[in-house]
Design a protein around this ligand. Sequence first.
Ligand code: HEC
Length: 154
Amino acid sequence: MLMNRNRFIVCSLAVLGALVMALVGLPGGNHSDLNLPVVYGETPCYKPVVPMDDLMDSVDDNFEAISDQLKIKKYSKAMKAAHYVAEFCNVLQFHTSEEVEGAANMKKWKEISISIRDDMMKVAMAIKKKDAAGAKKILKAVEDSCESCHDMRD
Ligand code: HEC
């Protein structure tokens, strides 16, 4: 409860800060990569700090690790890798790429990231039940989602 309250306060302050900045003008010019309040109508409480390709390497490594670990029946390792991909995609929604332009595509970016996050939690649940076939089925669908974001770069 306390955590939620604190998070609420932090979010409120962030929104308030963004409002003040919108009214007063951004300090140091307007060269931020992406104006999230304009794109999403909200200010996220979270700001990514690492380069996109590093994040994507971690997504890819862990995504591959799930199938590898399932093959040798290392369920807890496979579940952990699924959790990593879920959290990385939770973070991915706040990233962007120079190759992806326009508010509609940015919205799509966020939606795909969130859908992969949710699917990967389902994968983790399936693995927890040692349902490798079920997990693989969802992984296949996720692969299409990965591609639908990559396709926006063409
Ligand atoms: C919301 C958008 C988005 C999603 C979803 C996404 N990616 Fe990516 N991915 C990118 C972008 C952008 C790059 C290019 C990164 C760079 O080099 O700056 C990239 C690069 C990569 C690369 C490096 C090779 C290349 O094409 O440049 C791999 C491998 C990769 N992604 C795997 C995955 C996998 C696996 C998933 C799904 C689990 C996934 N990606 C989901 C946006 C996305």
